[in-house]
Design a protein around this ligand. Structure first.
Ligand code: UDP
Ligand code: MG
Length: 326
């Protein structure tokens, strides 16, 4: 249980946006309305704000963010110099928001996640929780493929020993110290939903029903989903390496047994010129070796990237109150 009740926080809502011109106006309208209502109810401080992160969009998303920032003091905009992907855009937003906020909520621009859950997240924060996970209780609006692949992925991660909240994506509240903790994980291939549980602090979950995308199409095509899954597994666990070792051991044991079998056949004078079995075993062993090398390569590649310690993103412009007035 968390320690104590907290005063109403200065809340930041961080929204990564990639080519979201179709949903931006609606998103801003809905989140802005929620923010105002929560301020009125004194659930959050009056200087709470929205932070839109433009992840290198090629459409008019940044223009929309910029004009909104000019008009409204409670809206901030951050533009990354190129498309870095959802996870990096989110980290950039968290890093920019946390120094100014007591608590930060992250939510996708298409508002598939129920924005009313944000109130319950802040209530949980006020009772002392530092991390509040939004958990999808129902995914009926997702396609069969999306639902099955996503849930299968969560199960696979659990089997591999990665601690992760089932059916939780990147809709969550983090207290300022939880964001600071998260930002200490400087790896380039950050898989945020695997890292947040490692940060610790009192945490809880709240459920909500996931809706459909407001407009536009998913910015997570199969290619990006698979990339996120590979990132998630290879950046969080070395279980695949252990599986290779286990597979290698099993094949070795099998070959020893097979050798005995071949010797027995040979000495009983029953040898057959079996090129098919030779060809098959060459193929099989070649396959196993290639697969193993591929997976090892994935990790070696990761070490290579991590040792370079490249920055995860570059901020091109940051519009907030102090800079806006200049
Ligand atoms: N997004 C991003 N960079 C990307 C891809 C997506 O910032 O390269 C954002 C996108 O604008 C949205 C969120 O990540 O706010 C989730 O994307 P989407 O809703 O398309 O994913 P889905 O719900 O289909 O998994
Ligand atoms: Mg979505």
């Amino acid at each position: 249980m968390p320690a104590s009740a907290r005063p109403a926080p200065r809340l930041a809502i961080v929204v990564p946006c990639y080519n979201e011109e179709e949903v931006f106006v609606y998103c801003h309208q809905e989140l802005g309305g929620l923010l105002r209502a929560m301020i009125q109810d004194q659930q959050i401080r009056s200087d709470s704000f929205l932070l839109f992160v433009d992840d290198g969009s090629r459409d008019t998303t940044w223009d929309l963010i910029r004009t909104t920032c000019d008009k409204e003091p409670s809206v901030q905009g951050l533009k990354l110099s190129r498309n870095e992907g959802h996870q990096s855009a989110l980290l950039a937003g968290l890093a920019a928001a946390a120094p100014q906020a007591d608590a930060v909520v992250s939510i996708d621009a298409d508002l598939q996640d129920d924005i009313n859950a944000i109130r319950r997240m802040v209530e949980a924060y006020s009772t002392g929780y530092d991390v509040v996970y939004g958990v999808r209780e129902s995914r009926q609006t997702d396609t069969w493929f999306k639902r099955t692949s996503a849930e299968g992925f969560y199960r696979l991660m659990a089997i591999m020993g990665v601690q992760q909240v089932f059916n939780h994506a990147d809709f969550r509240l983090l207290s300022q110290r939880a964001v600071e903790g998260l930002l200490l994980y400087t790896e380039r291939n950050a898989y945020i939903r695997g890292l947040v549980p490692l940060v610790g602090f009192p945490s809880t979950e709240i459920g909500y029903a996931r809706g459909i995308r407001t407009a536009g199409e998913s910015k997570y095509p199969l290619r990006k989903m698979l990339a996120l899954a590979v990132e998630g597994i290879t950046s969080m666990t070395i279980t695949p390496l252990r599986l290779i070792a286990t597979l290698g051991l099993c094949i070795c044991l099998f070959s020893i047994a097979a050798t005995f079998y071949v010797l027995v056949i040979k000495f009983s004078g029953n040898t057959v010129e079996g090129w098919p079995s030779i060809i098959l075993s060459i193929f099989f062993m070649g396959g196993v070796q290639m697969l193993s090398l591929g997976i090892i390569g994935e990790y070696v590649g990761k070490i290579y990237l991590e040792t370079k310690q490249r920055p995860r993103f570059h901020v091109e412009s940051f519009l907030k109150l102090s800079t806006k007035q200049k």
